[in-house]
Design a protein around this ligand. Structure first.
Ligand code: MN3
Length: 192
């Protein structure tokens, strides 16, 4: 199966001034496109694998793929999936999910405590990776980070919120100031 890069659900400049237009253009048009192209390159070799990239990621270990291709799919398929999700969790218009907010308050004490925990995970992640709010198999919520393009789907978790902390996500505007990027990112989170 070949997957196309979907357009952003808003304009490249819609998240200004927090996420700048130039970063969004390169991030979506170049980085996300490249992850998709490389993922497609692997999937073309396995025409019987017709499930969605998300479904394939959940059972990566048992896929009939050679180990080198599994690694490419983990990295580039992960990049394709993670970015698709990342664009969805942001929006210039906040559309707070009240049920999720209630659940977060019950789990983490308050929205502020949750934001602190998530921001710390994002800030302290060493090198390239992602911060996540995810639902565990037992139904509970968890905050953690993953390296590279590893998806929570690899551990059977369902992603709810994510933040890309690869330098390409913020370096043009924020340079080494990852903490400032994270703080500003909360202003364009859609669901909280
Ligand atoms: Mn990225």
């Amino acid at each position: 199966m070949k997957y196309e890069l979907l357009p952003l659900p808003y304009g490249y400049d819609a998240l200004e001034p927090y996420l700048d237009k130039a970063t969004m253009e390169i991030h979506h048009g170049k980085h996300h496109q490249a992850y998709g192209d490389k993922m497609n390159g692997v999937l073309e070799k396995y025409p019987t694998l017709t499930e969605s990239p998300e479904e394939l990621m959940k059972k990566l270990n048992s896929l009939p793929m050679d180990e080198a291709d599994k690694k490419i799919f983990r990295n580039h398929g992960g990049g394709f999936i993670n970015h698709n999700f990342f664009w969805q969790v942001m929006n210039p218009v906040n559309q707070r999910d009240e049920n999720l907010v209630k659940e977060i308050e019950q789990t983490f004490g308050s929205i502020d405590e949750f934001k602190n925990k998530f921001s710390e995970a994002a800030k302290n992640h060493f090198g390239s990776g992602w911060a996540w709010l995810a639902r565990k198999a037992d139904g509970g919520l968890a905050v953690y980070s993953t390296p590279n393009q590893d998806s929570p789907l690899l551990s059977g978790d369902e992603p709810i919120l994510c933040l890309d902390v690869w330098e390409h996500a913020y370096y043009l505007k924020y340079q080494n100031r990852r903490a400032e990027f994270i703080e500003n990112w909360w202003k364009v989170v859609k669901i909280i």
